[in-house]
Ligand binder design. Sequence first.
Ligand code: DP6
Length: 342
Amino acid sequence: MTTYTTAWKSPSNIALVKYWGKRPDGIQIPSNASISFTLNNCATNTTLTFTEQDNLEIEVSLEGKDEPEFIPKIEQFLKRVSHIFPFVIKGRYSIDTSNSFPHSSGIASSASGMSALALCICDIAKEKGLLSEEVFLQTASELARLGSGSASRSVYGPMGVWGEHSDFEGSSDNYAVEYSEIHKVFTDYCDTILLVHKGQKTVSSTVGHDLINGHPFAEARFVQAKENMTELRKILQSGNLDAFIALVESEALTLHSLMMSSNPYFILMKSETLKVIEAIWAKRKKDGVKWCFTLDAGANVHFLYPQADKEAAIQFIERELKQYCENGAFIHDEVGMGAERI
Ligand code: DP6
């Protein structure tokens, strides 16, 4: 009955070309490749104590408080990864997790949470002699993907690419790869998350992904995403911020228009989401700033700007954007270097 204890801190990430849709013929296989900035401040810390035993037993706490409602998702995850590491379903798990961002901020914790857990499991596999250092992160990314697709990209910084794409060497549908061939302006790019709506989303990402199968615009979307990956790669290398803005905002609005044209249709934006977008557009028009937004599957707005503009952007947030945030809340973040053992 050996006991193992390990702990990892893993960040959240924000996709620029979005993953939206899974292939029906696989488990957690994306319909198109995606790419994200890894974040630095929004992260999950997970401590795992694993004791070998014949059956599976899970106990999980968030910020020290028991969270039995997390157990079914973790159990599903462990069963999904058991073909890679059969030991995972024979043990007692004591998982203690905490997020750096406030609970119920509307920020999805699945990317940081699932990647942190995947990394902990890989540590145990390594200790058992089942995993070498060379493929450690790749395997952790593969495990994370089986928990939540976007989690696969969180283990690396400054960017992660998930999904096979001919322009990204080594890219795969099974795991994400690191992407770092980027212009210096992007290495410390800022992302202030404007917390427009802190409540639970009405439709989960998993349900949203499912609605892409049979969606009337699906095929065109997959072609567009593929082209946008090619285009964004060039933009990330050249540092062309006008092109960056045009592509990133189009991706965000396309994601939400896919939701609005699903059957059944749904809207995750709130009226404040649009107000923030309009304020950013008006500012850009008036002052020529290179600031833009992206959205994930929710109402919050990720406000993106270069590090050099941080002071001016913060003033703009305080004066013009904060009013649209629930209780005036926002979180400053920036591009980070991926997960770390703690
Ligand atoms: C809109 O990774 O949360 O954030 O694989 O079902 O867990 P599951 O979905 P999830 O979907 C994220 C979708 C997105 C875009 C993205 O991160 O690429």
